[in-house]
Write a protein that binds this ligand. Structure first.
Ligand code: PGA
Length: 255
């Protein structure tokens, strides 16, 4: 089974509308028409429009970093699926560990968001991963299982194939401490097996599983060569055109 690799840039709370458009323009100059891998840029809400305009006519897709599950209403400070769709957003990061840790997001809430995204034809990039304490207590697989089963409750097999899952060990995010390829591959294989139990092996074979956590040009090739690692969700290294482009090129080479 050949799964198309995905490199997604999670800009987090970085880049103004103008700075984001400039970064997107630099990325487009190098790899704007690359179709060998799926490329997604996820700027903050305030830069979606300017970045989206820069990506017009390019092969690069636009993603948001969060979304509210309701259609509209009295939810001050929140953004709904339709609002994203009208800005040509196709992907949405859901359940990032920073949202879980700093904004109290639970598996139940993330599940509502996943279902709302799928109902609106947005592809969720669902993030899961254990903390250092959980890994040291040998809880990694149990935590990841609880997060996946919680977030995907009620998702049908035909919908499950459009979900992208990002395994991001919390202790590796923004720390420079990358998981070893063996650690990452072990969890990715476990996730694919679990998806097989939930949605059938055929569906599980189609789902793209990304690694996230200090992915850099220097460690990408080895991670991307693993049988169950289908790409990366990249934070720090996505904020600069040169390193992001190098990551995309590593994914092209790893096809
Ligand atoms: P990092 O972030 O690449 O800076 O570790 C990854 C993420 O949080 O998605």
């Amino acid at each position: 089974m050949i799964r198309k690799k995905v490199i997604a840039g999670n800009w987090k709370m970085n880049k103004t509308a103008a700075d984001g458009a400039a970064l997107a323009k630099d990325i487009c100059t190098e790899i704007g028409r690359e179709t060998g891998v799926d490329i997604v840029l996820c700027p903050p809400f305030t830069a979606l429009e300017s970045v989206g305009r820069t990506l017009e006519g390019m092969a690069i897709k636009l993603g948001a970093q969060n979304m509210h599950p309701e259609k509209n209403g009295a939810f001050t400070g929140e953004v709904a699926a339709e609002m994203l769709r009208t800005l040509y957003v196709t992907h949405v990061i859901l359940g990032h560990s920073e949202r879980r840790a700093y904004f109290g997001e639970t598996d139940a809430l993330i599940n509502q968001k996943v279902l709302a995204a799928l109902a609106n034809e947005l592809r969720p990039i669902l993030c899961v991963g254990e903390t250092l304490a959980e890994r040291e207590a040998n809880q990694t697989l149990a935590v990841v299982q609880r997060q996946i089963e919680g977030a995907l409750a009620g998702v049908k097999p035909e919908q499950a194939i459009s979900v992208i899952v990002a395994y991001e060990p919390v202790w590796a995010i923004g720390t420079g401490k990358v998981a070893t390829t063996a650690q990452a591959q072990e969890v990715h294989a476990f996730i694919r097996g679990l998806l097989g139990k939930l949605h059938g092996t055929a569906a599980a074979q189609k789902v793209r599983l990304l690694y996230g956590g200090s992915m850099k040009p220097a460690n990408a090739a080895e991670l991307l060569a693993q049988p169950d690692i289908d790409g990366g969700l990249v934070g720090g290294a996505s904020l600069e055109a040169r390193s992001f482009v190098e990551l995309v090129r590593a994914a092209v080479a790893a096809r």
